[in-house]
Design a protein around this ligand. Structure first.
Ligand code: NAD
Length: 323
């Protein structure tokens, strides 16, 4: 478990996705472009990602493909982000099981076989379900999700912990809340509205939201998401009591609170509500999360709140959309 004793040679799966595309650049800034192999699936990478280091196409359900990349690039650390998210997961439950769990088993087995230093695998607040306490959801609590995505995340957490205990593999992970970002659009989750709203506000000054006005969910701004991920990977393994299941949060809000914050910058902005099947998924998740284990074990503290996130999102998107 000595990630820091040798030079990191990293494989990042899901590198073209919402989080992967920004994590790839953060890892390359830190470890050098050539030491971070970004793996996409079907979507073409942006030029910045393609040109700043090695880029490969990889199907994580194919163990032979993962093995080939690991051997070719002498990989010793894996950030495994490839997944099917919650909303798409309800449309394609069988595929979600295959990608999320068969993919994870493949990565863990390869990590064991090739004696990796570290594996990062994100879980999600989707591990919680309707029976879980909704406010200040504790670290140790009821995990009975009602989505296939949640089922794969609970199983994944158990599997990662099994590899830590049984094989001594250094596997770490957090339960990300909804992630808000300005670079890459989200890939089919229940909190996607909190990103779409900014694009529609800037283009049309109005947005039709697929969740009810008062549905409060835990969220986090991308700079905090990247910082949390790197902080956890830097932590001393011996000091960690938890491994792949840290509760994590930035701040919580409802669509109407987000709209009100956007209106402070754009008074003409209007929002309507037409809830769809994602409302039911959102209602099965917490409103607020207690992330004190992450704070105590590796010093987590978010930097952004609702108002600083909104200000930064509008500024970044105005710049990008104006280019
Ligand atoms: P995303 O959907 O934007 O990206 C996932 C990527 O996985 C996609 O680019 C997709 O092409 C790729 N993929 C799909 N099937 C594949 C396969 N068979 N082989 C290889 N790649 C495949 O997702 P994201 O938002 O960047 O999420 C990254 C991780 O973080 C996931 O594990 C997700 O469950 C977790 N997470 C995300 C959020 C969020 O709000 N974004 C919240 C909680 C947890």
């Amino acid at each position: 478990m000595g990630a820091k004793s040798e030079k990191s040679r990293i494989l990042l799966t899901g590198a073209v996705g919402q989080i992967g595309s920004e994590l790839a650049m953060a890892l390359r800034a830190r470890y050098g472009g050539q030491n971070v192999v970004a793996a996409g699936h079907k979507t073409e990478p942006e030029a910045e990602l393609r040109d700043s280091g090695p880029f490969v196409y990889l199907d994580v359900t194919r163990r032979d493909m993962i093995r080939e990349v690991i051997d070719e690039y002498r990989i010793n650390t894996i950030y495994h982000l490839a997944a099917i998210l919650s909303a798409v997961g309800e449309e394609k439950p069988q595929l979600t099981w295959q990608v999320n769990l068969d993919g994870l088993v493949n990565v863990l087995e390869m990590a064991r076989e090739r004696e990796m230093s570290q594996v990062f695998w994100p879980s999600s607040m989707a591990v919680f379900g309707p029976d879980t306490p909704k406010h200040d959801t504790p670290q140790e609590t009821i995990l009975r999700p009602t989505t296939m995505y949640g089922v794969t995340k609970v199983s994944g957490e158990l599997l990662c912990d099994y590899y830590v205990d049984r094989f001594g593999l250094d596997v770490r992970g957090v339960r990300y809340p909804g992630i808000i970002s300005s670079q890459t659009l989200p890939g089919g989750g229940t909190t996607d509205y909190a990103v779409e709203i900014f694009y529609e506000a800037l283009k049309n000054q109005r947005y039709t939201c697929f969740l009810e006005r008062d549905t409060v969910l835990p969220m986090m701004y991308m700079p905090d998401c990247i910082r949390a991920t790197l902080m956890l990977m830097d932590a001393d393994f011996e000091q960690l009591e938890h491994h792949a299941d840290f509760n994590l949060t930035g701040f919580s809000f409802s669509p109407e609170e987000l709209a009100a914050e956007i209106r402070k910058h754009m008074p003409a902005f209007e929002i309507e509500y037409e809830p769809d099947y994602r409302q039911q998924i959102a209602e099965s998740w917490p409103c607020t999360i207690d992330d004190s284990a992450a704070r105590e074990e590796w010093g987590w503290k978010p930097a952004y709140d609702l108002s600083t996130m909104v200000e930064d999102m509008l500024e970044k998107l105005e710049q990008r959309m104006g280019d």
